[in-house]
Design a binder for this molecule. Structure first.
Ligand SMILES: Nc1ncnc2c1ncn2[C@@H]1O[C@H](COP(=O)(O)OP(=O)(O)OP(=O)(O)O)[C@@H](O)[C@H]1O
Ligand SMILES: [Mg+2]
Length: 234
């Protein structure tokens, strides 16, 4: 569904990504693990076109690497950014609507908002509240809901569990784990919580200093001694 080949990103003299090649199958959850500064956010941003990259990004057979961000969103790619990036003075409902900025099917947008509120009942309760008043977990649900309103076929998630209490983390991961089954969406999940990410992922890759150093199905990655030592607490 998406195939990234030989992707490079430089920030001045910093080589943030070096020759990344990753291929995702439709309907899978692919986890990308890695330490701070490994290049995880850069990878997600360059898939959406927010960061300039060299290399090919093939989405459903089309090279999208020359397209604008808006056109990539139109093709069906949506990002839940690092740190959520909600509009704090806008209400929950207004934030959800922003996710549908590229759509003209108003009635369907309304139906999708109702659907998101079924998945996250708290968003319905808080729908007229400014998003700055939400808790961390509620804010993350809103950020995911907003990304889903673009009706993506590929959802990019940048550290959705960061800053959440354990109970909220479990809830968020359960919800993410259900996305391919309930919505048929492919998920690329960047996480520092390697254990939780590997538990819901089909496959995973480990990034170190902008390179993929290890890739395999989630079971193999979980069992690998190098991954255990570095990312799963031994
Ligand atoms: N706009 C930028 N200008 C210069 N260097 C940058 C920029 N953005 C990222 N970098 C550098 O690129 C490297 C990769 O950063 P990136 O944000 O992709 O890492 P990350 O894996 O997401 O880290 P974290 O887990 O801390 O979020 C880092 O060394 C970072 O300092
Ligand atoms: Mg990051």
């Amino acid at each position: 569904m998406i195939e990234i080949s030989d992707l490079h990103v430089n920030y001045g003299r910093v080589h943030a990504l070096s020759s990344i090649s990753i291929k995702l199958q439709p309907g899978e959850i692919f986890a990308v693990l890695g330490a701070n500064g490994a290049g995880k956010t850069t990878l997600l941003r360059s898939i959406l076109g927010l960061t300039a990259a060299r290399g090919a990004i093939c989405f459903d057979g089309e090279d999208i690497s020359g397209l604008t961000v808006t056109d990539r969103v139109r093709r069906g790619i949506s990002l839940v950014p690092e740190g959520r990036r909600l509009f704090p003075e806008f209400t929950v409902e207004e934030n959800l609507r922003i996710g549908a900025f590229n759509r003209t099917d108003r009635a369907d947008v309304q139906r999708d908002i109702a659907n998101i509120c079924e998945v996250f009942p708290i968003l319905k309760e808080r729908s007229q509240q400014r998003s700055r008043t939400l808790s961390g977990g509620e804010g993350q649900m809103l950020a995911i809901g907003r990304a889903l309103l673009a009706r993506p076929r590929l959802l990019l998630l940048d550290e959705p569990s960061v800053g959440l209490m354990p109970i909220a983390v479990s809830e968020i991961f359960k919800m993410i784990g259900d996305i391919p089954k309930t919505k048929g969406i492919t998920v690329l999940l960047v996480e520092q919580n390697a254990k939780k990410a590997l538990a819901i992922a089909d496959r995973a890759a480990v990034l170190e200093l902008g390179r993929v150093v290890f890739e395999g199905d989630a079971g193999t990655v979980t069992a690998d001694p190098r991954v255990k030592d570095a990312y799963l607490g031994g």
